[in-house]
Design a protein around this ligand. Structure first.
Ligand code: S3P
Length: 755
């Protein structure tokens, strides 16, 4: 603890209870040498404070202590603040202009108003504050030097408050291990009414209600952990809490109104046997609680998230090996996102099988929970979505976070533009750099109101309550996300929404809409639908993701003696560019057991090693293989001769600039190539035996597909390939390393490899 920073010569604590006593204890424990004195009406508390070594001396009166005090901390109940301040005003010598006064009261407006009454204005040396820490225990005997460690202290200075005074109070709390932040008085009172005052009121009320119903308090004998956990704070100091509720009346009443409305909704759901309604609320609350816990513990979600941000997870892919076996890669990411979206808007219950439990699709699922949709699962790829109908979504209470997923953000934009409520869409660091103007511009043409950050980047702020109208849109780029966004907005638009695509792009949205009974028409390069219809729930069987399968297709195709079957892979004609390109390069790749599952064609893909040769990738295959180029570049690096790609400028705006990221990675392992604005030429090693290139260190730039591509490349390297910043592999392929090990790749993960 940085107690060196506190240079107050004499600290006066007025009110030596748990809060004031713990402040003294924390300063002492940190080695603070200045004098600490305390005033308390209870002489026994003073004596105990001296005995415990927390204060140097004290008194029941202020007068003998005020002289020479440099900082005064008011730690008395909220309603006692005014009289204490009045006495201070009387006692403080005029010359002592640099005396700083602060307080610890749980409400701020009432104390600010009292200060104005006492001093005639808010003194510039008065810094109102509130440590968010406490205990149901009271009195100096309960003082705890650790009470403020990693707790927040909120200061509420105004523009007239002296910055030097604020800095001194900041130092005081920082020395106790607290995190100090600032907000306005009004915001403080609203936030605390919800997070602290309301829960205390409920705890007091529940215990009192039960105790009164059962005079002999028999009921407590049978009360279990739930009761104990919920009511612990009902043991808190009654006087202190009386004062808080009287002082923060308006904010508490507002939070109580919201709470009563919530209880009334649940009461109604119980009364009518509305299981979906109950489930929706409980699911939302349960997830929110887990999220809160992970924040508190700095664990799981947040720790992982931070790890991603810092790019710490490193893969080390060992050189050599062969690829043999039969595996099923996880569910298709594109279809998983859409299954939740359409399931939520449908009437009825949608049962999903094979759902991708990756971070991106889970973020989509969570976003719908936050808009009031009851969703069960996922349990081993099974998800049950209780649809709320086209108009049944509710306003989320905060921004919707879609993680790393461009698809989610763009499809959500269309879907949310037609809602009655406002929304904000945010994502991770990579997504925040990606262009959203491509959806915001046409949506505006449809009548939507959307704000973006500079350059059309996220976050997106979408205003609700706008009547959309259909448009005819000629897409400037071949993008399934843009097409899907407009079709989803078109569901809410008056008239017809028509989208023309410059080249065929994945058509999962159209297929699924049709599967849900919504007519989507197509003629040549244009598809369209009529707004105002409804969706009817239908079961969805998500095939394995060909984009994830691609890494193993390439792995087996480049590695001598390999023989691999990938089961149940989606082979939608708009996605099979990777198969066509590999076959054109000479790969021994066959489709077996072709069938159709829930409106999508699937097959088992059987691939054996065969020597590859370089090709000019046909332009019409580029949109059909748009996500598979990182893997295909690795195939090219192992083919004989040069592979040329053109017309692929879209790769520059994926999770990373994939042309640049792959070129840098290929350079690191010694693969000859020429980078172009819209493509690349790669000169392959083309050897049937031995290594095609060297090992090396790669920065995946947090792009899952760059990371997996170079992990596969190691099969033909002469040394290990170490890949940094790999945590995002979990966005699309949560078990990649384990599955890779099952077929013969050796990848070790660590968060320490980083230099
Ligand atoms: C996707 C469309 C493609 C693709 C992305 C998923 C989809 O993006 O790269 O991974 O699910 O619609 P674009 O539409 O931007 O080409």
């Amino acid at each position: 603890m940085a107690s060196r920073a506190v240079s107050e010569s004499r600290l006066l604590i007025v009110g030596l209870g748990l809060i004031g006593g713990s402040l003294a204890a924390a300063l002492r424990a940190g080695g603070h040498r200045g004098e600490i004195v305390a005033c308390d009406p209870d002489a026994d508390e003073i004596a105990r404070g001296v005995e415990m070594g927390l204060i140097d001396r004290g008194d029941t009166q202020l007068a003998p202590l005020v002289e020479d005090a440099s900082l005064v901390v008011l730690a008395v109940p909220v309603l006692a603040m005014e009289s204490v301040m009045a006495e201070l005003a009387r006692l403080l010598p005029r010359a002592a202009a640099d005396v700083v006064i602060t307080d610890v009261g749980s409400t701020k407006a009432a104390i600010r108003d009292a200060a104005v009454r006492v001093f005639g204005e808010l003194p510039s040396g008065l810094v109102l504050g509130h440590p968010i820490a406490g205990s149901e225990k009271s009195g100096v005997a309960a003082a705890n030097p650790e009470l403020y460690v990693r707790h927040k202290v909120i200061l509420t200075p105004t523009s007239d408050t002296d910055p030097v005074a604020v800095a001194r109070v900041r130092r005081l709390w920082a020395a106790c291990g607290a995190e100090v932040l600032e907000m306005t008085v009004e915001r403080h009172d609203q936030v605390l009414a919800r997070t602290s005052h309301l829960p205390h009121l409920l705890a007091f009320s529940l215990v009192d209600t039960l105790a009164r119903q059962d005079e002999r308090l028999d009921i407590f004998r049978y009360a279990a952990g739930g009761f104990r956990d919920f009511t612990r704070i009902a043991g808190s100091d009654p006087v202190m809490w009386r004062d808080i509720f009287l002082a923060n009346r308006d904010a508490v009443l507002a939070s109580l109104d919201d709470f009563e409305a919530g209880v009334a909704r649940l009461r109604h759901a119980v009364e009518c046997g509305d299981g979906d309604g109950l489930l929706a609320t409980f699911d939302r609350a349960s997830h929110a609680r887990h999220y809160f816990e992970s924040l508190l513990n700095q664990s799981s979600y947040q720790a992982e998230y931070q790890m991603q941000q810092q790019g710490k997870l490193t893969f080390r892919a060992a050189p050599g090996g062969r690829v043999v076996g039969r595996i099923r890669v996880p569910g298709d990411k594109s279809i998983s996102h859409r299954s939740i979206m359409l399931g939520a808007l449908a009437e009825g219950v949608t049962e999903i099988k094979g759902f991708l439990e990756g971070e991106d699709s889970l973020a989509t699922l969570q976003a719908f929970r936050e808009m009031g949709v009851a969703i069960e699962g996922p349990h081993q790829g099974r998800v049950t979505v209780h649809g709320v109908g086209m108009r049944g979504l509710e306003a989320p209470s905060g921004p919707l976070y879609v993680g790393n997923a461009g698809t989610a953000m763009r499809l959500f934009a269309g879907l949310l533009a037609g809602q009655a409520f406002d929304t904000e869409l945010t994502g991770d660091a990579s997504l925040t750099k990606r262009p959203m103007g491509r959806v915001a511009d046409p949506l505006r043409l449809m009548g939507a109101e959307i704000d973006t950050a500079e350059g059309g980047r996220p976050p997106l702020r979408i205003s609700g309550g706008r009547q959309l109208h259909g448009i005819e849109y000629d897409m400037p780029m071949a993008s399934a996300q843009v097409k899907s966004c407009l079709l989803l907005a078109g569901l809410y638009a008056e008239g017809e929404t028509r989208v023309r695509e410059p080249a065929p792009t994945r058509d999962h949205t159209e297929r699924m809409l049709q599967g849900f009974g919504y007519a989507v028409h197509r003629e040549g390069d244009t598809c369209w639908l009529q707004g105002g219809g409804k969706l009817t729930a239908a079961p969805i069987d998500v095939p394995s993701d060909i984009s994830s399968a691609a890494f193993f297709l390439v792995a087996a195709a480049i590695t001598p003696d390999s023989d691999l079957v990938l089961e149940h892979v989606g082979i939608n004609p708009t996605r099979i560019g990777v198969i066509n390109i590999l076959q054109a390069m000479g790969a021994d790749l066959r489709l077996e057991n072709e069938r159709e599952v829930g409106g999508e064609p699937v097959a088992d893909l059987h691939v054996r090693y065969a020597p590859l040769h370089g090709i000019d990738i046909p332009a019409d295959q580029v949109p059909l293989a748009i996500d598979e180029f990182p893997a295909l570049f690795v195939a090219a690096a192992n083919a004989e001769g040069t592979t040329r790609l053109r017309g692929a400028e879209e790769l520059r705006v994926k999770e990373s600039d994939r042309l640049q990221a792959m070129a840098d990675g290929l350079a690191a392992i010694g693969v000859e190539h020429t980078l172009l604005p819209d493509g690349i030429d790669i000169v392959g090693g083309g050897k049937a035996q031995g290594a095609s290139y060297g090992g090396g260190r790669i920065d995946s730039l947090g792009d899952h597909r760059i990371a997996m591509a170079f992990a596969v490349a190691a099969l033909r390297a002469d040394d290990a390939i170490v890949i940094d910043d790999c945590a995002n592999v979990a966005t699309s392929f949560p078990d990649f390393v384990t599955l890779a090990a099952r077929v013969g790749l050796t990848i070790t993960q660590s968060d320490e490899e980083r230099r």
